[in-house]
Write a protein that binds this ligand. Sequence first.
Ligand SMILES: Cc1cc2nc3c(=O)[nH]c(=O)nc-3n(C[C@H](O)[C@H](O)[C@H](O)COP(=O)(O)O)c2cc1C
Length: 193
Amino acid sequence: MGHPLGTIARLTKREALVEITTAVRSLRAVRYYSDQEIEPAQVRRWVDTARWTGSSKNSQPWRFVTVRDSDRLEALSRLGEHAGHLEGCAVAVAIGMRPGPHPFATALDLGRVVQSLMLAAHADGVGSCVAVFEPAGNVRRAGEMLGAGDELVIDLAIGFGHADHTAEPAAGPSPPDRLPVDVLLRDERFNDV
Ligand SMILES: Cc1cc2nc3c(=O)[nH]c(=O)nc-3n(C[C@H](O)[C@H](O)[C@H](O)COP(=O)(O)O)c2cc1C
């Protein structure tokens, strides 16, 4: 088995940490995609990275399904108001979560594994954007469409693809639309938020 950090293990620890913070800072939602294809092996590598994400009690409650079929992508893109970009992506990865006893923990596990997948793709120069299925009826429909059975809940899929820079301006490294640290961070107590 390879080292869980993969190629990053060849960097010094400091170099690796700089790369990780740069990746987090520069990750933007990409909703318009070029025609460039994404190989199944590439998605497999992203999942191979994301599976190292920590989860509540190490339950690893996530399962993944790739969707490339254009009719299926189009059907998924219609599951609510926020999934339209799935229609144009090169591949979508739907995430099925096994519900645990604590919904908060399941939601947190989902968020963490989503970020891991998106960062792994970002490291390959591939853009992505979450597509949440809502309301509840569309979550059920996603499960039916993707053969999830009763065990897994599919709240979202992630659209992946190389960014179409003609359709959307390329993201810069310093996003202007984030709250400053001085607004976000307090010492000891949340006074004056
Ligand atoms: C939990 C979560 C759910 C999201 N759901 C959607 C979605 O359903 N459709 C969509 O187009 N973008 C979705 N996004 C992307 C956000 O809109 C985007 O991250 C946010 O506007 C900030 O933009 P940026 O990531 O490009 O900096 C979601 C992001 C997160 C973290």
